[in-house]
Design a protein around this ligand. Structure first.
Ligand code: DX5
Ligand code: ZN
Length: 224
């Protein structure tokens, strides 16, 4: 993975057909997805449950781009090796998931992955000020995590503050939640480069009507 700040769309397969992940991943990549975003939830840190390491490992051979794994779990550290073994390229942990985000990011990098740190809407940008040198990505949640299809919470001021704090460091700013052609330009202008989108990408399409995924992604890109 080489670093740049070009616009990247990362469809969240939380909005895909759960009985058909392999074909769904191939369909969104065919249609121009830059990364594939995988939402791991534990029914404890967030009030919803999705999938764990064996499922993520099964997705791996279908992902030709970048597998971006977002952990909405607590605790995190005991599972880092399992996600490395599952083939995650980027592993993102929440700053709110435990008292030792610095140790967690070191362990993620130590296991050979890029390290991401996510911020819930109620958490200030300053929470990551002292880990920017050991992070590869900051994920700004623009919904309270747990479910797809929620409405966008405006975090553009936080994105701007992070962009400033990051300076020349090679750290991506990712936006997750409620991204669509209306909200995407706001966060892009504030300094984000990776836009996660679930419902806005998968809406109206299917593996057999994958051009709809392509059209939905194009609408987000054009709006930016
Ligand atoms: C929310 C997840 C998101 C979610 C985004 O807890 O982390 O990745 O799937 O879904 P949309 O784009 O539908 O808000
Ligand atoms: Zn996510």
């Amino acid at each position: 993975m080489t670093f740049d700040r070009s616009l990247k769309i990362a469809p969240s397969i939380l909005s895909a057909d759960f009985a058909n992940f392999g074909a769904e991943i191939r369909a969104i990549e065919d249609q121009g997805a830059d990364w594939v975003h995988v939402d791991v939830m534990d029914g404890h840190f967030v009030p919803n449950l999705t999938f764990g390491p064996p499922a993520v490992k099964a997705f791996r051979p279908h992902v030709k781009t970048v597998m971006d794994v977002h952990l909405m779990i607590s605790p995190v550290d005991a599972y880092i090796d399992a996600y490395a073994d599952a083939g995650a390229d980027i592993l993102t942990a929440h700053v709110e998931a435990g008292p030792h985000i610095h140790r967690t990011l070191q362990a993620i990098r130590g296991a050979g992955m890029k390290a991401g740190v996510a911020l819930n809407p109620g958490t200030p940008a300053e929470a990551v000020a002292h880990v920017l040198d050991i992070a590869d990505l900051v994920c700004v949640m623009t919904v309270n995590p747990g479910f797809g299809g929620q409405s966008f919470i405006d975090m553009t001021a936080k994105v701007r503050a992070l962009r400033e704090m990051i300076g020349d460091r090679e750290v991506h700013i990712e936006i997750d939640g409620g991204v669509d052609p209306t909200t995407a330009p706001l966060v892009r202008a504030a300094g984000a480069d990776v836009l996660v989108a679930g419902s806005a990408v998968f809406r109206g399409g299917s593996v057999d009507a994958r051009h709809v995924y392509g059209r939905n992604m194009a609408a987000i890109r054009e709006a930016c």
